[in-house]
Write a protein that binds this ligand. Structure first.
Ligand code: BEZ
Length: 211
C-alpha cells in the first residue's frame, strides 16, 4: 500500500544532522519537502544535496522546509556534508535524516526491492501545512531530480489551493492559468475581474489571479 495524495504524512522521530527531530513538530506551520537519496558519497546525490542547499532562499521564500534522508549513519552524513559544501560551493544547513535501520524509509516506502533492497530510491514528498501529502515522485538512482520543478509544483499547489484555477502544462509563475470546470462562466466573471478567454467551453484561460 503506497502513500496516497491527501493522506496525512506519517509522523516520526529521527536523528538528523541538525539533531533529533519529531517530524510534524519540526514542520510546524511550514510546508515540507522530504526527499530520499540512495547513499552518501555518491556523485548524483552530492549534486542534488548541493542544489537543494543552494536553493534554500527559494524554499524559505515559499515557507517550505526541506529535509533529506538516506539509510547511512549520522557520522557518515557529517563527513559527506563537508564534501558537499566543498564541491557544490554551499553550506548545507537543512537536516539530513540518518536512517540506518530503515525506519523512516519503510514508513514512507522509499525502498523499492526490485530496484535495490539496500538503498532508498529518489522519493519526494511535498507536504502541506495541514501535514497532508500534496505530491509524490519517485526517480531511479541513475537520474538526478530537477528541484526547479519541485519549486514550480509548490507555486502551483499554493496558487490552486487559494483560487479556483489549475495550472496548465509547463506553467510557471506569472503565466496564464485555467479556470476549473466546476466554475460557471457567470461565476468566473465575478471571480476573475480581469476576464477570461474561452478556447473551448472546458478550456478557459485567465491571468494568474494573485499576480
Ligand atoms: C549517485 O548518487 O550518483 C548514485 C547512487 C546510486 C546509484 C547510482 C548513482
Amino acid at each position: 500500500m503506497s502513500l496516497k495524495l491527501g493522506e496525512v504524512a506519517p509522523d516520526f522521530k529521527a536523528e538528523t544532522s541538525k539533531g533529533l527531530i519529531n517530524f510534524h513538530s519540526w514542520l510546524g506551520d511550514s510546508w515540507g519537502v522530504l526527499f530520499s537519496h540512495p547513499a552518501d558519497f555518491t556523485p548524483v546525490c552530492t549534486t542534488e544535496l548541493g542544489t537543494v542547499s543552494n536553493l534554500q532562499d527559494e524554499f524559505t521564500k515559499r515557507n517550505v522546509k526541506t529535509i533529506a534522508l538516506s539509510v547511512d549513519s549520522l557520522e557518515s552524513h557529517f563527513k559527506w556534508i563537508d564534501d558537499i559544501n566543498e564541491t557544490q560551493n554551499t553550506i548545507v544547513d537543512f537536516p539530513i535524516i540518518a536512517d540506518p535501520n530503515f525506519e523512516v524509509a519503510n514508513l514512507y516506502e522509499m525502498i523499492h526491492p526490485n530496484s535495490s533492497d539496500k538503498f532508498t530510491v529518489r522519493s519526494v514528498f511535498i507536504i502541506g501545512t495541514d501535514k497532508k501529502i500534496k505530491l509524490t515522485l519517485t526517480y531511479p538512482a541513475s537520474t538526478g531530480r530537477n528541484f526547479d520543478e519541485i519549486l514550480r509544483v509548490i507555486d502551483s499547489l499554493k496558487l490552486t489551493a487559494d483560487y479556483s484555477v489549475a495550472t496548465p502544462a509547463n506553467w510557471i509563475q506569472g503565466e496564464k492559468v485555467v479556470i476549473i470546470p466546476s466554475v460557471s462562466d457567470e461565476l468566473a466573471l465575478e471571480k476573475f475581474p480581469k476576464g477570461f478567454e474561452t478556447i473551448k467551453p472546458y478550456l478557459r484561460l485567465t491571468e494568474q489571479p494573485n499576480n
